[in-house]
Structure formats: structure tokens, C-alpha cells
Design a binder for this molecule. Sequence first.
Ligand SMILES: Nc1ncnc2c1ncn2[C@@H]1O[C@H](COP(=O)(O)OP(=O)(O)OP(=O)(O)O)[C@@H](O)[C@H]1O
Ligand SMILES: [Mg+2]
Length: 426
Amino acid sequence: MNTTALASMPLSPKQLLSCQESTARINVWEGSVRSGKTIASLLRWLLYVATSTVRGELVVVSRTRDSAARNVFAPLMDPDLFGPIAHQVQYTAGAPTATILGRTVWVLGSSDVRSENVLRGLTCAGAYVDEVTLLREDFFTQLLNRLWEGARLFGTTNPDNPAHWLKRRFLDRLHELPDWRTWKFVLDDNPVLSEERKAAIRRENTGLFYRRNVLGEWVAAEGAIFDMWDPARHVIGWADLPELVDLIAVGVDYGTTNATAALLLGLDVDRRLVLVDEWRYDAATAQQRLTDAQLSAGLRSWLDRPHTPYPTALRPRWVALDPAAASFRVQLQTDGLQGLVSAENDVTYGIRTMASLLGSERLMVSDRCAGFVTEAPGYSWDPKATEAGEDKPIKTADHSLDAGRYAITTTERLWRPAIDLRAVAA
Ligand SMILES: Nc1ncnc2c1ncn2[C@@H]1O[C@H](COP(=O)(O)OP(=O)(O)OP(=O)(O)O)[C@@H](O)[C@H]1O
Ligand SMILES: [Mg+2]
């Protein structure tokens, strides 16, 4: 079986070349967003699964099993891309294993601690890694250690911080690493991306994100995080709130000496996320600390009030609470608050998601979210973290931003399908 027999779609020259050349132990497709890296590498992965005789297990690694379902298995199972072979791939989101061409494949979420135990016990014959830079360095190192003689790894990534472990330890040292092979993709390497879509992607990414996501450069994060933030584009008057089809969640950031903030996230009829309403209690400005019981009462009475300028039967489905707020969580549970979950707290991933939503105007903010609107422009990258290879914000006034981030990232699986449909339509 060869590459062209597997593909039912036309490939760009770079895609074809990378499929043919990826015979190294470690093969990494890097570069711009939407540039065709995943499709080319998946094609190569299918070929590997179909033909490899190396003993051991096959694994697919992504940040979470949900992102594996979205980024890896959704395209693999799409007959428009992979023709009849798509029917020989089976995966149910969240499951520990998938079947590809009759072979069992482990699906590991790298942010899940249980995955490390699974990994430790594996002899790996082949690995597919979605978004390598999102893996922790020790997870990746462990994965390399598990690769059996003759085993291969295929991975994709967007560029990140130039001091990121993947760049410093590997990509900058390719001349010393004969078992590595990489390809750099740009928008033009995707054969189906229309000029309109390319123009939209260029428009949607500004500053740091333009250089990384469009140009494919490994550049340091400095200055304003949300440099695409523009009140004229992103803030809407609450009185003119668009019609909502869902109230997805409330994100809650908890502080005893700092502010406690709650942000309500909805989805509107135009498939945009909207931060609809905000509640804050700031112990410093109020010059009085509230007990957990008082904060809980304040939050719950706000939740019971109307959040839209028109009548609606919608109620927020989830409350995504600051995972560090153990005592407040107990209080809210005691008070019988429904839908309480611990918030997803991968800060860098959350920021990246919010920046991309803001850039493409798929996240709007009502002017009732005064804390969010005040904090957004001053949110900045921490130069010390940047030097150490990590993208991290300076811890300043970020309570409403954190609450918004909790609501958005914790519920990604609920809103992502609607938002992606909107992107396709654009
Ligand atoms: N050869 C091809 N034939 C048909 N569709 C393609 C081809 N290459 C890419 N696409 C489509 O283009 C889109 C982007 O491709 P892909 O997901 O591979 O990009 P990517 O580089 O992995 O992007 P990201 O960095 O955002 O993950 C996908 O929706 C995919 O279906
Ligand atoms: Mg991809």
C-alpha cells in the first residue's frame, strides 16, 4: 500500500513529499494553522498502521481524549478525506482505545495523570502525537523511552515559544539528531484552502499569533496577551444582546483577599460565544471580606436574577469553579448549587483559545462584564516565564479573565462544533 492509494484527496507537493520522506524514528510536521499538517501526517500514520510489523502497542496522544476525538479521529473517520478507509477507523470520544484498520490503538490524554501510568507500562510500536508542544516535556521524554526498536513517532505542532523544550532540545539541534525529520508547513501547503479563507486567517491573527499561526515562526510572547482586543469590535451593549440559543456555563474565579468573579457564557443565534453577564465581589474595594457562605449567597442570588434583556427560559447548564477553591466548592455543594464542576485550568491553552476566538470575532463581551472589559487590555505576558520557555501571564488583575477562561475552556466540547461550523461558513 502506498500514500496515493490511501488518499482519496489531492495532496499538495509538500504533503506528498512529507508522507514519502517520513521514515525517521521521529517525524514532526510543524508550521502555520490550517496548513495541512494533520492531514498529511494522518495519511502517513494510516500507512504506518497498515504496514508496520514492529511488535508492541500503537498510541495516539493528544492533550485530552476529547481533543483526540476532534483533531485526530474526526478527520480519520471522514470519508471525504480518507475514502473507504475512513470506515475502518472507530473511536468514541472519551474511550481509552480506538480501532484503526483492525488494530487496537491506545488513546492517551496527556493532561490526564492516568495516561502516564498507561504510558509507563507500554512497549510502543508507533505513536501519533497531536500538537506536540502541548505535551509536558517529561511526558514526551517518557514516550520516546517507550518507543521500541524500529518504532516510529509522527507528530504535528504549531510554533510556540522559541525557548520551548521541543524547540530547544530537539528542533534547534536537528543537525545532531539523525533520527529526527521535520517539515515546515505554511498556509499555501494546504491544497484546499481558498484565498478567502487564507485572507480570513491572516485577518483573525494579530501580533504574536500572526507570527506564530500564519507565518509559522517560533517567536517569544511579549507585551499584551489580547492584543487583538478592541472594545469597538468585541464589546456589545447588554440592551442589544443578540438572541441566545444556549447559556452554557458560569465560570467562577475565587478569591478571599482578591476579587471573586463570575462570568456567564452563552451561545448566540449567529454561533458566537457571548460573555453575557458578570458578578464580582471585591474584598479590597469593599474593604470587607465575605465568608464562603456569604459569597455563595451572593453568587446564587445573582444566578437567580435575569441575565438577558428579554425573557428567556434558558438557565446556565454548568458552573465551572476555580479548581483551587476547595472550601468554596464545599460551601456551594452544601447550598445545593446544580451543575458544579471543577474548571479546566490549562492557562496557556485557555489563553490561546480565547485569543483565537477574539481574533475571529467568535467571542463577544457584553458591557455588563465590566471587570472583564477593564482587565482585558492590561493582561500581559510574563517576561521571566518567556525566557524559561513558557507562555504565562503576569499575575495581575485577571479575576474576570480567569472566570471567563474557566467557562470557555471547561465547556469546549459543548460549543466547539457550533463555532467550527461558523468558521467553515465564513
Ligand atoms: N489534501 C487535502 N485534501 C482535502 N482537504 C485537506 C487537505 N489538506 C488539508 N485539508 C483540509 O484543510 C483543513 C486544515 O488541514 P489540517 O487540519 O491538516 O491543518 P493543520 O496544519 O493540522 O492545522 P492546525 O495547525 O490548525 O491543526 C482541514 O479541514 C482538512 O480537512
Ligand atoms: Mg492540526
